[in-house]
Write a protein of this length. Structure first.
Length: 565
């Protein structure tokens, strides 16, 4: 354990970075009447920019170290038991710090324009900062009590932001639904924490990991309960079945909030917790995790096929991709799951902000033309690449990463997960049921590519272009740089070069070489997985093109008895 001056300096820097958004939240909350709206929102964005700069410095310094940076202090005492608060920063923590702060900063910049006309925007920016602080707190600590405190703060922040437009009944209902379903999962999380304390008399994750093997023999059933309880917490936060329905309803909040929730904060917390606690899970729990994850991935992908709301397609897509990450942890490919969390953060934030740009433009046009329209219904869109080509390009790049096309970041990380599933099934030679996991994984990849293509062509393409009111089309405005620059940055990170110079091998990525090992061994299956994954993604895109762009195929033809499908 590094306890030298360098370690202490980096930990202090990380604490300072985490406290910047908290300071912004306190200032905006208690001094909002003394600040003008413009000054307050610019100050919040500036402080988040400073936090991002500090995070970049922290990440480069931590990536150069060989050992995690750790420091602990006595927190409180109950009888003779001393509870310590451990700060823990390794390479994964540093990268997550960067992702959270970068996406939060881009959301702040985007929101300056998106929320310009909202009279409650100071409160909105304050809630964004509280959300960011809460997620950074989860990343910084290695004590389950402290994690649980920040875990609940994340839940509170999401409740406030999902229900931000509380004058709308749907927003109030969505916020309450998210809060209640997460409390159900968190009840299980609390039971898991209590069970671990009964066994180990400590809640420090590193101390538990050291004593884990010795405790299994005499506490097997208690440790099963503890592992399942921890997983319940992740089921709620990361919207897995049966607690997944809150996330699509969370679309009632402002669109930039959706980008933050779906990419870097709330739903990422569940996967991150599973990654940190992966050593806790006994084989039975691993199988439960893998089964729940892959079932969620498949069912949510199927549900996304029928959605007409531009944001709900992306919401069910997030549930599906989180299912991939959770399943990866269950099959023993936790590093691949975290890698997909990294890549997903960028392309999903890019998709949501691009969708936000479309919605914002349609809202403005509807206001100018005095026409009522559902600005999120894709059935009334089409041909929008003519009006906003940059947004169309950014959306298409991010959608290609989501679809898992070669040369995009999503292909690298999804390929690593599918390989982990394949090898998990191959090692379990006793039953063919284990092959259901990679089979559903590949089926989900095909469906994902199809609904990604469907959304791109419905919104930006189409054989006949715009399908809505002609007045809306005439008044569609030109977007400013505050909208465009975040999209460009996120689209750039959707390309493979942001993660690896080899577009077909995650093992050669800088993530693998600097943070954790993505090498699943030299067993057979890697080439097969690459070919299958790329072929299915291409088939899905091609089918979407034929159905929604050229309109050469119809859905009825695709599912008819004469069709090869």
């Amino acid at each position: 354990m590094e306890t030298g001056s360098f370690s202490i300096q980096m930990i202090y820097l990380a604490i300072f970075i985490a406290m910047l958004p908290m300071f912004s939240f306190l200032v905006l909350t208690f001094l909002k009447k003394a600040l003008s709206q413009k000054l307050a929102t610019l100050a919040a964005s500036t402080l988040q920019g400073i936090a991002l700069l500090g995070t970049i410095w922290l990440m480069f310094k931590v990536l150069q170290t060989n050992e995690p940076l750790q420091s602990s202090l006595d927190w409180f005492r109950i009888s003779t038991n001393i509870f310590s608060l451990r700060f823990y920063i390794d390479r994964v923590t540093a990268i997550m710090f960067f992702i959270v702060n970068l996406i939060s900063f881009l959301v702040h910049i985007f929101s300056l324009e998106y929320m310009k006309e909202d009279q409650q925007k100071i409160k909105y920016f304050a809630y964004l900062d509280l959300f960011t602080f809460s997620m950074l707190g989860i990343l910084l600590t290695a004590n389950l009590i402290a994690i649980y405190v920040f875990w609940e703060l994340v839940g509170l922040s999401s409740y406030l932001l999902i229900g931000f437009w509380h004058e709308k009944q749907k927003a109030r209902q969505a916020a309450k639904k998210a809060f209640i379903l997460n409390r159900i999962g968190d009840a299980g999380f609390l039971i898991g924490i209590i069970t671990l304390y009964l066994v180990f008399a400590t809640l420090d994750l590193k101390s538990i990991e050291i004593s884990w093997l010795q405790a299994i023999e005499n506490n097997y059933h208690l440790l099963l309960l503890a592992g399942f309880g921890i997983f319940c917490g992740a089921i709620g936060k990361s919207a897995q079945l049966p607690l997944s329905s809150w996330l699509p309803d969370a679309m009632e909040g402002p669109t930039p909030v959706s980008a933050l929730i779906h990419a870097a904060t709330m739903v990422a917390a569940g996967v991150y917790l599973l990654f940190r606690c992966s050593f806790l899970f006994l084989p039975e729990i691993d199988l439960v995790i893998a089964s729940v994850g892959i079932t969620t991935a498949f069912v949510a992908a199927l549900t996304a096929l029928s959605q007409t709301d531009i944001k709900k397609v992306l919401a069910y897509s997030t549930v599906s991709q989180l299912g991939y990450m959770v399943a990866a942890i269950g099959v023993g490919a936790a590093e691949s799951g975290m890698f997909h969390l990294f890549t997903h953060a960028f392309f999903k934030a890019g998709l949501f902000l691009s969708a936000g740009a479309v919605i914002h433009a349609i809202h403005q046009s509807a206001h100018k033309s005095n026409v009522h329209i559902d600005a999120q219904d894709m059935r009334f869109m089409g041909g929008m690449y003519k009006k906003m080509p940059l947004v169309a390009i950014c959306f298409a790049l991010c959608a290609s990463a989501l679809a898992g096309l070669p040369l995009f970041s999503g292909f690298l990380s999804k390929d690593a997960i599918l390989l982990g599933m394949w090898q998990f099934a191959a090692q379990e030679a006793g039953t063919y049921l284990y092959w259901l996991i990679p089979t559903l994984g590949f089926a989900t990849a095909l469906i994902t590519a199809y609904y990604s293509a469907r959304q791109v062509f419905l919104v930006f393409g189409g054989k006949n272009g715009w399908r809505g009111n002609t007045k809306i089309w005439e008044y569609l405005p030109e977007l400013n740089l505050q909208i465009k620059w975040p999209l460009i940055i996120l689209a750039a990170f959707s390309l493979f070069v942001g993660f690896s110079l080899n577009p077909f091998d995650a093992q050669k990525s800088w993530i693998s070489t600097s943070s954790f090992n993505l090498d699943h061994g030299q067993s057979t299956g890697h080439s097969t997985v690459i070919i299958l994954s790329a072929s299915l993604a291409t088939l899905g895109i091609f089918s979407g093109w034929m159905v929604y762009q050229t309109e050469s195929w119809s859905l009825r033809q695709l599912i008819s008895k004469k069709s090869f499908v």
